[in-house]
Design a protein around this ligand. Structure first.
Ligand code: GMT
Length: 376
């Protein structure tokens, strides 16, 4: 099939899912066209089956805000016409679903009928989308998509609670290419470069936005390192990084924390991780936790949003209430204290990722595209 994918090209989870999906579809022989303002960060190859079309914004001094949706919908129309795209799959409702609706109307005028699949990822519903400034347009865009998917049962329910949605939302979980993580576990995994043999390695990956509660990550680590020799790796960049550094200095644990910045090689960094910390305020799924689990890492997280669908309490890790960093630290210590216990949690985490494997989820998206094609 010929599929157009619209996403944010950044390190955020929605962009990562969209990019991994596009690459996997192209590997299976579909023709995939990314339409976005930059080449997606995880898009590491291009071919005749996998192309990137840049949305360029004409800066005009009259505008305080440049009209990205207009440029995006015009680009969608251009690409659909030029490459006979059959389905547009937009990731993140704002403004992608809205721009797709406009593109669809413009194409209809020319006798071209395109189907729109919208995938809701979380903050487009929970934090931004339900705000009165956007709510009407987001609700309209969801209701006017041909197929709507959400990345967890929790996000589906939340969407139905916050908006008046007149169509069935299909749950399609985030997925993971387990082979990639298996490969990274090999001999290239140089754990010794970061920690002594008797030290445990804890990790957190995010965009360091307030919703991730990165200061709680530092607080949990501070408690853990009092009892267990350990190091903390912080991967990512964002507004709360300096707050985390300041707190680490105040608590006297800065020397044991490595701030590694953004990385496109998460699989290689996670290969030496023992425990992943995700104390988010809200998390519709928690792709970062799934990536850690695929790298055989146990997870300490909050019990918010879709996290209980990913991290199984007492099996792959533990869940605590938002903000209860002491409970999260106690749970972490109980896992890290003994090799045998740690190994059991790590193995359970790895096993649980089978449910979210690329092999299981990719055909679900293919069926969705096929049903769109057949109903054209
Ligand atoms: O978590 C972020 O800050 C990025 C955000 C995004 O929209 O790119 O991630 C959301 O989508 C991911 C992929 O579906 C989910 O795994 C994340 O849980 C979700 N983030 C939140 O709900 C906060």
């Amino acid at each position: 099939m010929k599929i157009g994918i619209v996403c944010y090209p950044t390190f955020g989870g929605s962009g990562v899912v969209a990019t991994e999906l596009g690459m996997a579809l192209a590997n299976k022989g579909h023709e995939v066209h990314f339409i976005t303002y930059n080449q997606p960060v995880r898009l590491d190859f291009l071919s005749h089956k996998l192309r990137f079309h840049q949305v360029l914004i004409e800066e005009y001094p009259l505008f305080e805000y440049q009209p990205y949706e207009l440029a995006l919908s015009s680009k969608m129309v251009e690409v659909v016409k030029k490459y006979d795209i059959e389905v547009l799959h937009v990731h993140y409702a704002i403004p992608h679903a809205y721009a797709a609706f406009m593109a669809k109307q413009m194409l209809k005028e020319k006798g071209i009928h395109i189907k729109v699949v919208t995938t809701l990822h979380g903050t487009d519903i929970t934090l931004v989308g339900s705000h009165p400034t956007y709510k009407t347009a987001v609700e309209f865009s969801i209701n006017n998509s041909d197929v709507v998917t959400a990345v967890s049962n929790n996000l589906k329910d939340t969407t139905n609670n916050l908006f008046t949605i007149d169509k069935e939302i299909q749950v399609v979980y985030n997925f993971i290419d387990t082979n990639k993580y298996d490969k990274a576990q090999g001999e290239d995994c140089k754990r010794g470069a970061l920690a002594k043999p008797d030290e445990r390695i804890l990790t957190h990956i995010s965009n360091f936005r307030p919703v991730k509660r990165v200061e709680d990550v530092v607080r949990i680590f501070n408690e853990v390192q009092k009892e267990i020799p350990s190091k903390l790796l912080l991967i990512g960049e964002g507004p709360d990084r300096s707050k985390a550094e300041k707190l680490a200095r105040k608590l006297g644990v800065k020397q044991k924390i490595y701030f590694l910045g953004n990385s496109t090689e998460i699989d290689k960094i996670l290969c030496y991780s023992d425990l992943f910390l995700l104390p988010s305020q809200t998390e519709s799924f928690g792709l970062a936790a799934l990536e850690a689990m695929a790298a055989k890492t146990a997870v300490i997280s909050t019990n918010t949003g879709g996290l209980p669908e990913v991290n199984i309490h007492g099996k792959t890790g533990y869940l605590s209430n938002v903000g209860d960093y002491k409970d999260m630290a106690q749970n972490a210590i109980s896992i890290l204290r003994e090799d045998a216990i740690l190994e059991k949690f790590k193995l359970n985490a790895k096993k649980h990722t089978r449910k979210f494997s690329l092999q299981n989820i990719l055909p679900v998206y293919e069926d969705i595209y096929q049903s769109c094609y057949e109903s054209k």
